[in-house]
Design a binder for this molecule. Sequence first.
Ligand code: GLN
Length: 486
Amino acid sequence: MTDLTHLSLTDVIHKLNSGEVSAVDLTQAYLDAIEKQDKQINSYITVLHNEVLLEARAADEARANGDPRPMLGVPIGIKDVLSTKGVETTCGSKILAGYKPIFDATCVARLKEAGVVILGKINMDEFAMGSSNENSAYGPVRNPWNMDHVPGGSSGGSGAAVAAGLCAGSLGTDTGGSVRLPASYCGITALKPTYGRISRYGLIAFGSSLDCVGPMARTVEDTAWLLQVMAGHDPMDSTSMKIDVPDYRSELTGDVKGLKMGLPKEYFSDAVDPEVMQAVRAAIAEYEAMGAEIVDISLPYSDYSLAVYYIIATSEASSNLARFDGIRYGPKVDKGDMWDTYRATRAQFGEEVKRRIMLGTYTLSAGYYDAYYGKAQGVRTLIKQEFEQAFESVDVILTPTAPNTAFKLGENIDDPLQLYLADVLTVGANLAGIPGLALPCGFSSAGMPIGMQIMGPQFAESTIMRAGHAYQQVTEWHKRVPEPVA
Ligand code: GLN
């Protein structure tokens, strides 16, 4: 039998529905792979060994009894920032160790309703702050393509687990690039939808005006299956939009003839590694050969996007993380005195989280608010308008996903600014609230995956997925899998 663990999620669905494989066999294959490989990769924080097998058995039985749900029994992993009823949800932090939510995040509930079974909760940078997954209180995640390298962050576990065949697909979240960067570094596909396309209810907040839930898997079609289930209005999240959800898969026509693809010159600067540049250029040539029209454009405000992002994200984080004080959330370290208790309790945050809280508290403080937060909001509007203008002349925008390939563990850990730079090409989509798709488009000479990004106007997920899917019909990068970790 072919290796079950490296099937695409779409193939998994087909094989389950044709009866070629059972959910139990499939789940067992992932559990075996986790057992063998994950001590080293460290992509899971919690594996639901027993529960998931019971659920898989129930799924097989339901299917045998005529339950028509196509995703019945598909095993996936959930980033540990998403609330799961009765299952420990740590956010990669010590401060939430032992926390068992009493409800499911809406995206999780919708996946369960569709019949998906949950293998476990996936490792991540603490509170989704990071680009390398080295900021987890549960240890760093390693890149299955080279164990000395990072998987990207903050959904690094979700990226590594898909790449290594430890789940059929996973959920990540993206505040400034956190599904796209790990997708790029791990050689998989990930979609950051439009802000408001998927409910944030039950997603533990980092930057509320930026946070998005995003599917991660092998192919664009896989992400379409997951998006389909999760998208749509949720009365529990007033920022989720009341806009019809299209039939995403029916729009994956494979046709990009006449599609206008913009290449912003600011995203093709000298800061991009030459091997990344070459791979992305080759992908552009592929699109031209398929009949897409390539247009040079300029997005001058993107030079400010990283600075704006790190002011807005940290400001919102400083406010969102105030609730982890030992009284509302988090294990209280009682020191008698109120202030000492706060201090001792909040000392349980990791270094990066503390840095963000301090930065955000500063940028929101009286006297600096106008100079930093107010200014950043103003520039954010300009960035959003600039994208809107660009989309008057092009259908999608194509760029590298990251300026580089995965770097070595420890290489940048003492240099936060260097780490922040990994997000330079992704944060724009979050600031503008637009969708961005990351997909593999090559490998470096050292054998590390390279990714490209396709962005579109708000709610144009269908268009960017159509473009990504067409590329995956004529290329094989997304089919490569790493050697199993011994
Ligand atoms: N790397 C970025 C940060 O650390 C983005 C994180 C994210 O998207 N969650 O803020």
